[in-house]
Design a protein around this ligand. Structure first.
Ligand SMILES: [Zn+2]
Length: 91
């Protein structure tokens, strides 16, 4: 009985640890390869902006609204790099 209890405990703590550690698989992140700013939908970079993560000032946002797409502070480790205004699509 004790053995069973111990093995359940080990399983639980292992799962909790692995979930906490590797919530997002950054290695296999689909955005990782997106080095070029060509939109996979419209096949151009005419309306593609670089995604800006983090806090910034309203002034900076206004001055750079044609340069960056401001995504805010929520990053997961597997986040898109580009935003296409034509298709409203992040990649
Ligand atoms: Zn596009």
């Amino acid at each position: 009985m004790k053995k069973v209890f111990v093995s359940i405990l080990i399983t639980f703590s292992f799962n909790a640890f692995s979930q906490k550690k590797g919530t997002i698989d950054t290695i296999n992140c689909k955005y990782r390869e997106n080095k070029v700013s060509i939109c996979p939908i419209c096949k151009t970079d005419k309306k593609v902006l670089s995604i800006f993560y983090g806090l910034t000032t309203t002034k900076f946002m206004k001055e750079n609204k044609n340069k960056y797409y401001f995504e805010g502070c929520e990053i997961t480790g597997c986040d898109p790099n580009w935003y296409c205004k034509t298709d409203d699509y992040k990649f």
